[in-house]
Design a binder for this molecule. Structure first.
Ligand code: ATP
Ligand code: MN
Length: 453
């Protein structure tokens, strides 16, 4: 928005961050959440009266009409000389939890209903918004179709993690079948349903009709993982592209991540500068590190050799065939390659059934993108397009065919090579804002034993 001219009459509304001043004038710092910068309001105390001034305390919500003038004071270019002030809502200084600055992130999580009013969370949520917007912008520009995949799923085979059940049956007295198990035929959908862990399978159906699609929606995992990188409810971006092989897939992932980070730097430099100053002195350097380096592309097998030869004693031992932990991923990125890394060709047994099988019979065409500090930010693969190979894999893993007949049909009718990946949105926001804990980049985090707000 354009700044109005000096000496024009303007009208502003917002929440009081601080009120300071002398006996004669009060300096009120007002913020409406649109930027990290406060607007200074200068009020003549005699004009408004001591009584009223007292009510304009930290946290109160006010509307001000006055003249915009150049500021003579330090720290701001302009200020408003108040002519009228309307108090929408007071905030009793004795009770308002954000009366003082410098609360811990843990405390602020307990007041998730108020924490957006802090400078920190204002900055984080503006950046989160910008990244969400940039995601749509990027895909739209590249001709991808935004496809909405279902949140309630009847398929138990998404395979990405433990699921939450969706049911209207009475938990105290559920209908039972002959064998004494809960009879989901009587449930809302006539079958057992869950919250989705991924939109990928449906995304693939879209790609095999519309060529390039993406989903961007909430996903749910009922894992009891109390880590700084896991949420029970998180948002995921999942592009799926017909006619892409794994190299095309890696090119897209790299270009996409670089675009998103540049977008945040271009549009939210002030918010990033604030977060860097307050929390993370290496923030901008880390963002530059992604932009300035081509991502290293190597295989899981080579990475295992690097880790084995590192001489480091990891908490989880390294062995070909076991999944990499964040500590391994971070070592590769931060210490060994010193570049963002994409690992490909993982052992078949630690990856999902739908990944394209390599000719060695042992590995699949998976790709994980690894970033400093957080480890895996993207997981993806070329998908198995061959009906027989896919069918055999499903049989070997004992996945019920009745859960996947529709998925298998896309390989029977006009199958095509295709690829895709999943980017955890909060992991991205975490990386861009430098926040140490994923709970601080989503307005209302859902984690084990926590769904208050
Ligand atoms: P991890 O090994 O880190 O638990 P994953 O391998 O289970 O992740 P995928 O199933 O590959 O994850 O999901 C794709 C992406 O979604 C991940 O790369 C990550 O960015 C994100 N993600 C996965 N699980 C979570 C979670 N519980 N909370 C937030 N983001 C997640
Ligand atoms: Mn993964």
């Amino acid at each position: 928005m354009e700044t109005p001219a000096f000496n024009s009459e303007i009208h502003v509304k917002g929440w009081v961050r601080t009120r300071r001043g002398s006996k004669r004038v009060a300096f009120i710092h007002l913020n409406d959440g649109s930027t990290i910068h406060n607007l200074q309001i200068v009020a003549d105390i005699e004009q408004f009266g001591e009584e009223m001034m007292k009510k304009i305390s930290t946290g109160a919500c006010i509307a001000v009409t006055g003249k915009l003038v150049e500021s003579m004071g330090k720290g701001q270019r302009m200020e408003i000389l108040a002519e009228q002030i309307l108090i929408y809502g007071e905030a009793d200084p004795e009770k308002y939890p954000l009366q003082k600055k410098g609360h811990s992130m843990e405390f602020l999580r307990e007041i998730a209903h108020l924490r957006p009013r802090t400078n920190t969370f204002g900055a984080i949520f503006r950046i989160r918004h910008a990244l969400a917007f940039a995601i749509h912008k990027y895909f739209n520009h590249h001709g991808f179709i935004y496809l909405h995949t279902p949140i309630i799923t009847g398929s138990d085979a998404e395979g990405a993690g433990e699921m939450f059940r969706v049911s209207i049956l009475d938990p105290k007295d559920p209908p039972l079948n002959d064998t004494g198990e809960v009879d989901f035929h009587e449930d809302f959908f006539g079958k057992e349903t869950k919250l989705t862990v991924s939109g990928q399978l449906e995304g693939e159906l879209g790609a095999l009709a519309l060529s390039e699609i993406y989903t961007f929606g909430p996903t749910f995992r009922a894992e009891n993982s109390n880590t700084p990188r896991h949420l029970a409810e998180f948002w995921m971006i999942e592009p799926e592209m017909a006619f892409y092989d794994i190299d095309d897939n890696m090119d897209l992932a790299e270009d996409f991540l670089k675009y998103l980070i540049s977008y945040a730097i271009e549009h939210h430099a002030d918010d990033l500068a604030f977060l860097e100053k307050m929390y993370d002195p290496e923030l901008m350097e880390r963002l530059r590190f992604i932009l300035d380096n081509p991502f290293v592309r190597t295989t899981y097998t080579k990475a295992i050799t690097v880790l084995e030869q590192s001489g480091i004693k990891f908490e989880f031992p390294v062995k070909w065939g076991s999944d990499l932990q964040a500590e391994h991923e971070r070592y590769l990125v931060e210490k060994h390659y010193k570049k963002p890394v994409i690992l490909t060709d993982y052992p078949m047994d630690i990856k999902a059934f739908y990944m394209k099988q390599n000719n060695d019979g042992k590995t699949v065409r998976a790709m994980d993108v690894l970033f400093p500090r957080i480890g895996e930010i993207i997981g993806g693969s070329q998908r198995e397009e061959d009906y027989d190979k896919l069918y055999n894999r499903i049989k070997i893993l004992n996945i019920p065919e009745k859960d996947l007949w529709w998925y298998l049909e896309t390989r029977q009718f006009g199958t095509a090579p295709h690829s895709g990946f999943g980017l955890g949105f909060e992991r991205l926001v975490q990386f861009v804002t430098g926040m140490a804990n994923i709970r601080d980049v989503i307005p209302f985090p859902r984690t084990p034993k926590n769904a208050e707000f």
